[in-house]
Design a protein around this ligand. Structure first.
Ligand SMILES: [Zn+2]
Length: 416
């Protein structure tokens, strides 16, 4: 079945079987790619970035930076580019028109048809996409680490990633997700992006977004699901470990805090740019390619520090032409835990301004680090127990990323 994604285009799928690939690969030059480029090759080939079929050329990057669209006018906020060292291009004698093999950790991953080799002013890219060139911004630091030369061209995956447990349980390509949604009978799907182990605040917001997506439906027509779409990419010290994020979200489902038929957990491979509003748009595009109809955006979505107003990522949706994006933002304000109400409260609702407590990650983190069981008003006890179990099984004793976890953790996927 053909599924349609962003820009009204069919979901991109550029994958060769191993026998076809063997014929193609003969005599091709080989270059190795970084973890980020490998993740983005996988995203491109499976259509997470539909309508992109490969890494962008210079005109598209210019257009994305200046107008937030591809050269054909399709809304697109963040350049998807393959950076490569000039010496590598010279050493391998890579030329326009060549097919080259991209390998990752010495395994063959994809074929790239070289359409263009170009230089790009990374400061210009940073200013346009992130709104700053300040090296304190993690997105700036990421782009600064890239090489200055880029190759644009279509990607074809020739070896499929094999995900390790527990990632294998949650990995779904856009096609597989579409098929699952049909199987479940879901007509509306609310995406909840997560990089956290869920506490009751997250749960409350997902439930609120589900109500909001159903506001105009009579009861017998409610066929709405929640897709928890976690982001798996590079980690920083102090982040929750990936395994715990996925398994703890699934725990809410297994313990029936969400009904079996309205909730599922999945993930995407993505290296956060922390680009605030522009990144919110990209997340919306990716989730619309997954088949989602609604997307939750919290306060300071994809932001960092004070680089963006906390609600810039909400406002940007009012600035784009109405039909350019086939997903509806569900905008979420700030929320707290209020001991007087004895529950989660929300900006503009309860009046216990002095008593309400910020539900910050840091506060919850310090409770968890003490291994004291948080109140069930803050975190479901089953989730907390599982979090400690994950710490032992995957986190070398900690539910948060440590130096040891970052250097010794199992890989998310292998290319064989
Ligand atoms: Zn209150």
């Amino acid at each position: 079945m053909k599924y349609f994604g962003h820009g009204g285009k069919g979901i991109v799928e550029r994958i060769l079987s191993s026998s076809e690939a063997k014929q193609w690969m003969r005599g091709l030059k080989r270059v190795s790619v970084t973890d980020r480029v490998a993740r983005e090759c996988i995203d491109l080939a499976y259509g997470f970035f539909t309508p992109l079929e490969g890494f962008m050329g210079k005109d598209d990057v210019d257009s994305v930076c200046e107008k937030m669209t591809l050269t054909d006018g399709t809304l697109w906020p963040i350049p998807i580019v393959f950076d490569i060292a000039e010496e590598e291009i010279k050493k391998q004698k890579v030329k326009k028109g060549n097919n080259i093999i991209l390998s990752h950790n010495n395994c063959v991953l994809a074929i790239l048809k070289v359409k263009e080799i170009f230089k790009y002013d990374k400061k210009k890219m940073e200013q346009a996409v992130l709104g700053t060139t300040d090296v304190k911004h993690p997105g700036v630091r990421m782009i600064n680490r890239w090489q200055d030369t880029f190759i644009g061209g279509k990607i074809t995956l020739i070896n499929l990633p094999k995900f390790n447990y527990p990632f294998d349980k949650f990995w779904n390509t856009p096609r597989q997700l579409r098929e699952k949604f049909i199987e479940k009978g879901w007509e509306r799907i609310v995406a909840h992006q997560s990089r956290n182990v869920p506490h009751t605040g997250h749960e409350w917001l997902m439930k609120g977004a589900w109500f909001s997506a159903n506001e105009d439906l009579p009861v017998e027509e409610i066929k709405t699901g929640i897709l928890v779409s976690c982001i798996i990419g590079p980690k920083r010290i102090g982040d929750y470990i990936d395994e715990a994020i996925l398994l703890c979200h699934q725990k809410l489902h297994d313990e029936k805090y969400f009904r079996d038929d309205i909730h599922m957990v999945s993930f995407i491979l993505w290296d956060m740019r922390y680009a605030g509003p522009r990144e919110a748009l990209l997340h919306a595009i990716i989730r619309s390619n997954l088949g989602c109809t609604h997307h939750m955006f919290g306060r300071d979505h994809a932001g960092v520090g004070n680089y963006y107003d906390p609600y810039d990522a909400h406002r940007i949706f009012d600035q784009i032409p109405k039909n350019d994006l086939k997903i509806k933002p569900v905008r979420i304000l700030e929320w707290w835990y209020c001991p007087i109400c004895g529950e989660i409260t929300y900006s503009g609702l309860c009046g216990h301004i002095k008593e309400r407590r910020q539900f910050s990650g840091t506060a919850i983190r310090s409770i968890i680090e003490d291994k004291a069981k948080p109140s069930k008003l803050i975190m479901r006890p089953e989730v907390f127990d599982l979090l400690l179990k994950c710490a032992d099984e995957y986190g070398f004793g900690s539910p948060f990323c440590t130096e040891k976890y970052l250097s010794k953790r199992q890989s998310v996927f292998l290319i064989s």
